[in-house]
Design a protein around this ligand. Structure first.
Ligand SMILES: Nc1ncnc2c1ncn2[C@@H]1O[C@H](COP(=O)(O)OP(=O)(O)OP(=O)(O)O)[C@@H](O)[C@H]1O
Ligand SMILES: [Mg+2]
Length: 270
């Protein structure tokens, strides 16, 4: 299952992505690919990777070649014919192999990476660093015990790029504040527009917000609430188990839609 973590800046996306990915990978039967889709590279840092490796930000030509396109063709054409299953985690296809960092036997990392020269010299928008994911996610074939956790950029900005249409489900992380929940709701409305399933997660919960009615503010209740915790022990928080159990229960209702959803978004359905 591909889980994309969205939310307002500073809400805790990278923290929750890190703990969710680690928690999933702590079960040997799982295979986990963590994807850092933010220039800040916080997920990469949190997972202890400091040396550079092959970043997704420079992978567009490879993803096109792998999809049978020439480098001059538009990447969207990769979705115009049925290429599903082009990318796999078991065994890793050549693209996945090239662009992942091995963290443990069953745990891998892909990172969009810092701004490339093209971005710095204004030849490409910084969103270009994530373009490969628009092809990779819809064409990635996963088994039930294989999980992908994507730490996204802040706010609603990234939703319309087309990466979230390649999620099986999004988790919208929000602080229990008025502005946090306003952005969370805005993100959920965009996800509704693209038919992407989502759930809310409240992070940094504090006593002073105990009277907040989340259902009123967000439109539905959050599936997990993580307390404000200076020691960042979310990994040991029983709420993480609750969250994972909820995701497992959603499996049948959310998988199998990302390819056609992405085709629709990129208008490549033939
Ligand atoms: N439950 C929590 N309790 C206390 N501090 C937290 C909690 N969750 C996250 N933090 C802290 O809040 C800050 C922001 O967290 P994090 O980097 O995960 O947010 P983010 O949404 O990924 O931010 P950005 O938008 O910059 O990517 C960090 O200092 C992190 O350690
Ligand atoms: Mg972050």
């Amino acid at each position: 299952m591909i889980i994309g973590i969205l939310g307002k800046g500073g809400s805790g996306k990278s923290t929750i992505s890190t703990h969710l990915a680690k928690c999933l990978a702590s079960k040997k039967e799982n295979k986990v690919l963590a994807i850092d889709a933010d220039h800040n590279m916080d997920l990469t840092f949190n997972l202890g990777v400091e040396e550079s490796f092959n970043y997704l930000g420079s992978s567009l030509e490879d993803v096109k070649r792998k999809s049978g396109l020439s480098v001059n063709q538009d990447y969207r054409e990769a979705l115009s014919f049925n290429n599903q299953g082009l990318f796999t985690l078991s065994p890793q296809d050549s693209f996945t192999q090239k662009y992942t960092k091995h963290l443990a036997e069953n745990f891998f990392l892909m990172t969009a990476g810092p701004q490339t020269n093209d971005v710095l010299l204004d030849k490409a928008c910084s969103h270009a660093l994530f373009t490969s994911l628009k092809v990779y996610l819809p064409l990635l074939s996963l088994q039930k015990h294989e999980w992908v956790v994507i730490d996204e950029k802040a706010g609603a900005d990234g939703v319309s790029t087309g990466i979230p249409t390649g999620f099986d489900i999004a988790l919208i992380v929000s602080e229990p504040t008025i502005h946090g929940m306003k952005t969370a709701r805005q993100i959920s409305e965009l996800l509704d527009y693209y038919d992407v399933p989502y759930e809310f997660v409240i992070n940094k919960m504090m006593e002073q917000y105990s009277s907040v009615n989340f259902e009123d503010s967000l439109g539905k209740n959050p599936v997990a609430v993580f307390d404000f915790d200076q020691k960042f022990t979310l990994f040991n928080d029983s709420n993480m188990d609750i969250l994972i159990r909820h995701l497992e229960q959603r499996y049948d209702s959310v998988v199998g839609q990302r390819f056609s959803r992405s085709q629709k978004k990129f208008n490549t359905k033939k």
